[in-house]
Write a protein of this length. Structure first.
Length: 265
């Protein structure tokens, strides 16, 4: 199966927009066949999901789901990641976020990187839409250009899944005028800087909102420990790092696949 649309490319203009504004988007990313396959696979995963795992928190399922791994290691996608952080690339997380119709939670304004026990040259997160995404079904909003402002003041006592929100005083007073609303067709992709402030609302529509986020880093990063939970059993699952392109520095080694196959890209 061909995963990526033959027309997908990450051009110099895309890269400059990513550097300047903190994001870049692509309406044509998945092929129709790949989109249909992924939608069916996600339906199956939701049926297999342990009841204690929120639909917004099926994290690192690429450890078990071959299709997520195959998608995350597509050569044109890794070519884009290489342009952002260099040739030596580690995949460290996938995150499937599903909002059924008339459900989901408010995700406050936040920056991604402060949450993670990973430090180094991180490319943009990869945000893949499996449904048409807009404001009505909880599409993400972001503040263009604000990835260059460093770590913003946070409130760390927030309830729920996202327990660190940006202090409202650190946001612009006209945030609703400055923000960009993601409105993408199913099969599209966006990449956003790990420091750009972003938010989303619950799904107020009759449609699903299913998104896969992939996260990578340069191989010389500090790769800290963290526990996730197996989406099928709810059991603790230590985070694993996989070398998906290039080599590890200083004689370090990492596995190249959770499925014991060698990648040569």
């Amino acid at each position: 199966m061909q995963w990526l649309d033959p027309g997908f490319t990450y051009s110099d203009d895309h890269h400059q927009h990513f550097l300047d504004m903190g994001y870049a988007s692509f309406d044509r990313f998945l092929t129709p066949e790949a989109l249909a396959f992924a939608q069916s696979a996600i339906d199956r995963m939701m049926q297999q999901r342990h009841p204690d795992i929120p639909l917004e928190a099926m994290i690192s399922a690429h450890h078990h789901e071959q299709w997520i791994w195959d998608l995350a290691t597509q050569k044109p996608l890794l070519d884009m990641i290489e342009k952002q952080c260099g040739h030596h690339i580690v995949l460290w997380a996938s995150h499937l976020i599903c909002k059924p119709p008339h459900s989901g939670v408010h995700v406050p304004w936040h920056q991604d990187a402060p949450y993670w026990n990973v430090r180094g040259r991180m490319p943009g997160a990869i945000w893949i839409a499996f449904d048409d995404i807009d404001q009505d079904n909880g599409g993400m909003c972001l503040l263009p250009g604000w990835h260059r402002k460093g770590t913003l003041a946070r409130q760390t006592d927030q309830p729920g899944l996202f327990n660190e929100a940006i202090d409202p005083a650190a946001l612009p007073t006209d945030v609703d005028q400055q923000k960009i609303q993601y409105c993408f067709p199913a099969g599209s992709m966006a990449t956003h800087d790990t420091m750009i402030p972003h938010t989303s609302e619950p799904n107020a529509s009759n449609r699903w909102r299913r998104v896969l986020v992939l996260r990578y880093t340069a191989a010389d990063a500090e790769l800290g420990e963290k526990n996730y939970r197996d989406y099928r059993t709810g059991d603790p699952m230590p985070r694993q790092f996989f070398l998906v392109r290039g080599q590890m520095p200083n004689g370090r080694t990492l596995p190249t696949s959770p499925f014991e196959k060698s990648l040569s890209q």
